[in-house]
Design a protein around this ligand. Structure first.
Ligand code: MF3
Ligand code: CO
Ligand code: CO
Length: 288
């Protein structure tokens, strides 16, 4: 075992009585399962901060929902997000994040995620768009996204948007304390496949709260019992990207930044995202 792994072992300092949670985590660790580090368990103070960031992030998305309409540009959506967030004391986390140029992601039709808002890009009748916002408030992060249907959307695209929503709900349902990431990934992919859709594998959900992207990776496919153990106090997103066609994605060749991700086969893609707190009783949504 490497030094790094040793340091990441869950342990209880000598002289301290292990809690029930310590014992459960150590039992799984001994069975060779991936367990969180203490750093991934949020303190009550951190949870309160993330909860407040979540409330503002929800207000940002509500503000978008109120104003989004056919004929608007994604650049205008970006300004709505920026202005509202700043006015309420927050910071849009995407802005300047690893070179990302805007305050939110706007992903239309076959754009899977990380669509960059632009004054040149208009919302057309029949478009489906994901608006993904992450807000920093007092140093804490919350991350969520929603789909919007513009004008007369085809039955097939409405169905895709609904199935992506159901995938999120199915993931939530199987997510209980001391489950594994693979349990929810498995349930999500099954639901997508049952409905003739696929789940993107190259991008995943993530721990969040003290930073934009933390451990663990929340993959939306896989085997039950694989991936990290999810325990009370952990905060993470679930955000399945569901494709109408094949699961493969690629970078947009016309986008020099390399951010924009498309479906490889040109089929449409839908996604919903929330930030969750794992509690002793199950998930709490921090972004609604
Ligand atoms: N909000 C996205 C997520 O759900 C990440 C976007 S990174 C950005 O993880 F830089 F494109 F904003
Ligand atoms: Co997001
Ligand atoms: Co996210």
């Amino acid at each position: 075992m490497s030094k790094k792994n040793k340091k990441e072992q869950w342990f209880v300092p000598a002289g301290i009585e292990p809690t029930e949670m310590d014992l459960k985590i150590m039992a799984w660790q001994e069975k060779g399962k991936k367990v969180p580090t203490r750093q991934l368990i949020k303190t009550p103070e951190q949870i309160e901060g993330i909860r407040r960031a979540g409330a503002l992030n929800t207000a940002v998305l509500d503000h978008v929902a109120e104003h989004i309409r056919q004929g608007m540009t994604t650049g205008e959506i970006d300004r709505l997000v920026y202005d509202f967030t700043i006015k309420h004391g927050g910071i849009p986390a995407p802005l300047n994040y690893e070179g990302y140029p805007k305050s939110c992601c706007t992903s239309i039709n076959d754009v899977v995620c990380h669509g960059i808002p632009s004054d040149e890009e208009e919302l057309w009748d029949g478009d489906i768009i994901n608006v993904d916002c992450t807000t920093i408030l007092d140093g804490y992060y919350a991350d969520a996204s929603r789909m919007f249907c513009i004008g007369n959307v085809s039955e097939a695209d409405k169905r895709l948007v609904d199935i992506a929503w159901e995938c999120l709900k199915v993931g939530e349902e199987v997510c209980h304390p001391y489950c594994f990431v693979g349990d929810l990934g498995n349930a999500i992919a099954k639901h997508a496949h049952k409905n003739g859709c696929t789940v993107v594998r190259d991008l995943c959900g993530h721990g969040v709260g003290n930073q934009f992207h933390e451990d663990p990776d929340i993959v939306h496919y896989g085997k039950k019992g694989t991936g990290m153990l999810l325990v009370p106090g952990m905060v993470f997103t679930i955000e399945p990207m569901v494709n109408a066609g094949d699961w493969e994605v690629c970078e947009d060749a016309e986008d020099e930044s390399g951010w924009i991700i498309l479906t490889e086969d040109g089929s449409n893609s839908a996604q919903w995202e929330h930030t969750y707190l794992m509690t002793e009783d199950g998930l709490e949504i921090l972004t609604h």
